[in-house]
Structures are given as structure tokens and as C-alpha cells.
Write a protein that binds this ligand. Sequence first.
Ligand code: 26W
Length: 853
Amino acid sequence: LWKKNNIQKFEEEEGFEKKFVTHVETSLARSMYNCDELAAYEATSMAVRDNLLIDWSATQQRITTRDPKRVYYLSLEFLMGKALDNALINMSSDKQEFSSTGDNTSRGYVKHALDDLGFNLEDVLQKEPDAALGNGGLGRLAACFLDSMATKSIPAWGYGLRYEYGIFAQKIINGYQVETPDYWLNFGNPWEIERNEIQVPITFYGYVDRNNGDTTTLSPSQWVGGERVLAVAYDFPVPGFKTTSVNNLRLWRAKPTTEFDFAKFNNGDYKNSVDEQQKAESITAVLYPNDNFTKGKELRLKQQYFWCAASLSDIVRRFKKSRRPWREFSDQVAIQLNDTHPTLAIVELQRILVDLEKLDWHEAWSIITQTFAYTNHTVMLEALEKWPIDLFGSLLPRHLEIIYDINWFFLKDVQKKFPKDVDLLRNVSIIEEASPERQVRMANLAIVGSHTVNGVAELHSQLIKTTIFRDFVRVFGEKKFTNVTNGITPRRWLRQANPELAKLIGEAIHDPEQNFLLNMSKLNGLTKMADDPDFQTKWDSVKESNKHRLADLIKDLNGGVEVINREHIRHTLFDIQVKRMHEYKRQQLNIFGVIHRYLNMKDMLKNGKSIEEVAKRYPRKVSIFGGKSAPGYYMAKLVIKLINSVADVVNNDEELQDLLKVFFIPDYNVSKAEIIIPASDLSEHISTAGTEASGTSNMKFVMNGGLIIGTVDGANVEITREIGEDNIFLFGNLSENVENLRFKHQYNETELPPSITRVLNAVEKFTSEYKNEFKPLTDSIKYHGDYYLVSDDFDSYIAAHDLVDDLYHHNKHEWIKKSIISVANMGFFSSDRCIDEYADTIWNVEPLKPESS
Ligand code: 26W
């Protein structure tokens, strides 16, 4: 009977409307008469979710039946953004005819249906809070990968944590960053399925029990835990584009066990015994807001183990269902470590295999090293995770023993190969012996336990081999270290963020159904239109319309007061830098450049030049910034304040007549990025050479027709290769010179160029707060070695901006041509290409496509 009455997906307006009304009246227990926009968002989401779950169930059943090799992507962060809009675009429908809205995805008919019901889709979409369970690049990359893996029908699961609080919401008060909590689950979450049937007990602390007093650590030992909590699974459907494949993202939440401390209870301490239990929930309460910086906090290590242990128990349980022998584990399972945060998974699997499943140590270890692979996302030393031995050993006593044993066998091998090379042994050891305390080095553990280590762009992958992991290349050879250049999903970052451009491209390359979103090399077809004046006009009109969209947002964020002069918007250069605030990303270089420009304009006026003459030299421009600073990062916060102080002065300078504006967009997040990125003429990717592993927003901007000013760093290198060096404004010192320049600064052998000295001297004029507010910033350049080489790159940065000004101002056709040619050549940066490379060269997995496609 249940087979015959198979639940049906809706395929058109009427079916959606029925589902919508049903959810309003039953799931929400409201009537259509008092259905507000929030309720409309919830009912729409539940209706769409129902469709996805039908495909999800079929996908998962297919995987269970065919039992192919699966990928598990372990990431402590998934920066998903909003789900509904993406689901509407991705959700498959057999009836993909063009609806009257001109939208050929399911979004088209749902928009229509909502109109019918008295709602506006855009407003309904606004009601959804961002799922902001990530800091920046690494978390968003994980989200793009999920989209591509589903789209390519790769049997893949994501595993992460369901934080109650995502990355903090940033407020700007008097120019300063203020952090406020992001309680994103306030109105519930229609996109998650709570799996109360999947609860994994997780243990901390305790001691190790050795059988029969046998003290060799190789005999199976049993960890007798102290504290116990439960991990509850929450599942999020991940729909692929133009396919019925729907993958799963499983996030864990910590909750108390139902066990009860009777000792305390019997002592009459009822309140305390309950309090203890409540502490469990704090494990998944909050995402740590640090990006590229680590502090050895116990709760963070607890989060990591909780998540690794729950995920591995799930993975092992699923493997055991197929009743295969253990030696087939790595034929069935590939586990990708997104940076070192999930490295404990290596140790946990070794513990399961040796202590619980009673496998021989070496047999177990060979399974491990055929299963795991590790992606490195940064060369910054402050970001390399290390845990003090005492802290580690108290929380995870058995895991520490296992690490010692792994290290012992590893170092024995190294010693055999490189006798008497003490330095080498010290450098590659998983344990750092340095004072004041010994530490576990997670990157070393990740490398030793993985078969492949990859960087995220060519330059970065080269650098890790020659700097931080140099000694491991000696030990394991070059082949273990590879590159997979990052990518981004064109569904969200082109189709969803920039529907007008996607439509124009579709028409231009005779692909109105936008299949290019699945095969981005088709964008090449744009090349032949790059010179066509009519097409250029259309291209520029899309840009203009996106600029208005951003100007609306900025006005809104500015308390309803207009910042950008709308009349001239088509010829106003939108110059944008949005990313986490960090010294190495050099937002300070950007704002110093703005000050330089402002001083120059003022000087022209002072020297008797008219505003028309100034306008001839300098195109109209808005400098837009956005990004969060880690709450404890003093210098980054000071840069935010400087940007806002400069904005205050420049925007209120009537003499300039709107020729220059500066705006800091508060609370930069995924949804804001979707509005900001399509509006840029120019975006800034100006990190000190060798510091930005890849960058991914650089790809997003260019894919949306923006040009780049940037250093020879991260994926800027591949972008240049793909689009051609005539189409990018590169400047600055190369990474091979960085060490040398730093050395010279240390010994005061460099003198600052007059251009930057002039700017540094003017900085304090922008603040009214108190005297010398920005001294730490200027001192770091003048007296403290200028570690990020702002002064060394300043003049070439200004020169690059001069070229930008000239081209934008006096040769707009050439500018637009560069924009079109760039987009035409961005196919390489689709995360589909990137996932293909992981699947072929690291995971050895194949797609498992639905029968119909
Ligand atoms: C433990 C503290 C911590 C937290 C986050 C250390 C390191 C991180 C991340 C690795 C930082 C990060 O997001 N890195 C970014 O990863 C992107 C995706 O590969 C790259 O595009 C960026 O260049 C890189 O900064």
C-alpha cells in the first residue's frame, strides 16, 4: 500500500499552492488569513523541503543499494548562507518549461504562485536568516563543494557541528566594531531534520585501563571515560542543480545524557547534578570567531573531538552494515580533512580499529593512511594548531597514548632513512618538545596520517612544500603533496547572485536554459562578442542595475540616507574590498590609497584647479569595504575604525561634489556578498605576496564581470593565466622577495617612500576621538618592521590605480571588453572542475547518477 501511495512531488504552480496552504494550516497551525511574510517563508520552505526530501530519500536508497565508495567531507565550518533561493534554483522538476516570469527554474513558477497567494518572493526570501556557521574562505569553500558534489551526483556527506550561534553579527557603533550574538535558530529552522533516533554517546576525560597489567601500549587498551554527552544528528538536504540527486549535510548537536549522578543526588545536591548535565550543551553552543589564528582553548578541543568521534562512529556503522572485511574500508570510504581541525578523526579511527575492533596496529594504520587526505588552507604560523600535552592528555588520555605510538613508529622509519639527522627528527615529530610546554602538532599528525596533502592554489601548494612542510617532502617525497586550485559554485555566485547577467550570457551564447552553469567552458562563446557595441551596452546596463541594487543596500544600511550619487552611477567606479579583516589582507593599504587620493584631490583644489579639472583626472568613485575582525584582534579593529573615520571626513566634504565616497558595509556575510559582488567594477585582492593561500572572492568578482587589482598571490596567479595578463591590474613585490625585504626592514635599511610618509602623517587628521588613535597602525609601518610590506608596495599600488582610473575614465569600451573576455575565460574556477580533480586524483570515487539522467 505504501508503495502505491508514493508521495508525489509538486511540479507546477497549483501543486505548490496546495502544499503551501497545507503547511500553513497544519504544520504552522495558522489560517491563510493571518499568514504573514515569516509564515509564508516557513510554508514555502517546508513545501520545497518536502520535494527535496523525496529526492533525498531516493538518492540515499540508491547509495545504500549500490554501495559505492563514498566521500566524507569533514569541516568545522559550513558557511551556507540562505537555503530557499538556492533550493528553488537547484530543485529539479520534470516540467522545466519557461514560466511567464522568464525563469526556467522552479523558482519561476513558485514566484508566480506566491504572487497568486498575495506574497512577493523577494520579500519572502528576505525572511530567512543566513546559516553563518563559518568564518570566511574555508567555510564557504565547504559550502561550494557540497553544491558541486550534489550536482555531480558524487555520493558524499558533509559532517560538521550545529552551532546555536554562528559567526557574530557585526555592528558599527561610532566607527568601531561591536559583536552581537547570532542566534540564527530563533524562529526554528525548516531546513533541518532532527534525527532523534541517531544519538551517539561521546566520552571525555577518564583514564586508560590496560589489560592484565600489560603495560606495552600496543596491546589493546580500554579508555574508561569520565564525562559523557550525547551527539544528536541534524540533517540538511543538499540539492544538486538539474539533477534529482540530493546529498546530506549532517551536523551534530551536543546534549546531556539521561544518565544521572546519583552520588551527588544522594548528597542532596540535586541542583548541581542537573547543572553538570546542562554543561553538555555548551560544546556546540558557539562557533569560534577566529580566522587564521589559534589559541589552545579546551572547549575548542572538546568541540573537535565531539565532532570527530560522532562522525566516525556514523561512518564506521555504515561501513559495517555492508559486512565487508576491514581491509576493504578504504575502497569504500574517503575522508577529506578540511584543514587540521578534524585531525583527531585519524586518532579516533585508529582507536576504534585497535582497541575496539582488535585489529593489529599496523594493519589498522595502513587502513588509516589509505583513507585520509588533508587540505591545508594557510601558511600563517599563527594558524597552525597545537595543543598543550597536559590539556590534551587530561581530556583524551587514550588518544594521547595513540599519538605517542604513531609518532614512535613514524620517527623510527624516518631515522632508518635519515640516520643521525636530529634536526629533521625534531622538525617532523608530532610532538613539539619546546618550552614552556610540550605540544601536539596537528598539522604533522595530519600529514603523517594522510595519503595526500593538498594546497588550494598553485603558488600556495608550492610554498607549503618549500616552507612549512619542507621536511616532510624529504621524508615522504614530492608526490604526496599536490595542488587542487579552489573553485566556486556558479549556481549561487552567478545564477543566484546575478540573474540578469546569467540571462544575458544565456541569450548571447544561445543557451537560454543556462546549461553553461554545468559546463562553464561554454562561456568561451562570449569572446566573439567582446567588441560588439550593442552587446557592450547591454553588459554595462546589467552592471548599472547591479550597482543600483548595491546602492539601495548601502542607503538602507546608512539609515535611509543616500551615499552614492545615482545620477552618475553608470560611470561611477565601484571599488570593493570585502573579506575578513586581517593585516595580511592589507585593508590598511587600501584605505591609505584612499587617503592618498583624497589628499591629491584637495591639493588640486587648493592649487586653484576647478572641480571639473579634478573630475577630469579622477573618475567618480566609491570605495567600499566590508568584513569582520576577530573580536580580540586589535590591529584589525583599528583598521575598521580608520576606514569609518576616513568615510566620515570624505563623505561630508562638499568641495568634492560626490567625486569620492567611502563606505564600510557592516556585517558582511554570504547574502550581502550576493548583492555586493555583482556590482563591482574593480575589486581588491592585495595581500602581501605569499600570504593568501587562494582567495575565492577574487573568482566570484571576475565571474561577475569585475576587474581585479591584485598582488601576485593565491589564485590571482591562475586567474591571470586564464583571463590573460592584459585583463588584470597586478602590482607589488613577488613572494620570493618578501623574506629579503622583511630582513632589510628589521635592520632599518629601508627608508619609507615620501608618498606613504605623507599619508601616515595625515592619518590622525581623520579622527576626532582622541589623540594618536591610529599610532599603533602607523608605528607598525614606521618603527616595527612593516611586516606586511605596506610601504614597499605602496607606490606600485598607486601606479596600478592610476592605470585603472585612466582606463575606466577615458576608455570605457576597452574596460567593458576586458570584463567580457574575463568572464568568458572563468570556466576553470567552477567548483565542479575542482571537485572533479579531488574525485579523480585524491578520492578515487565515481558519480552515482540517478537512472533518468
Ligand atoms: C584554528 C584557527 C583557524 C581558523 C580558520 C585557522 C585557520 C583557519 C582557516 C584555514 C582560515 C581560512 O579560511 N583560510 C582560507 O581558506 C580559503 C579556502 O581555501 C582560501 O581561499 C583563503 O586564501 C584562506 O585564507
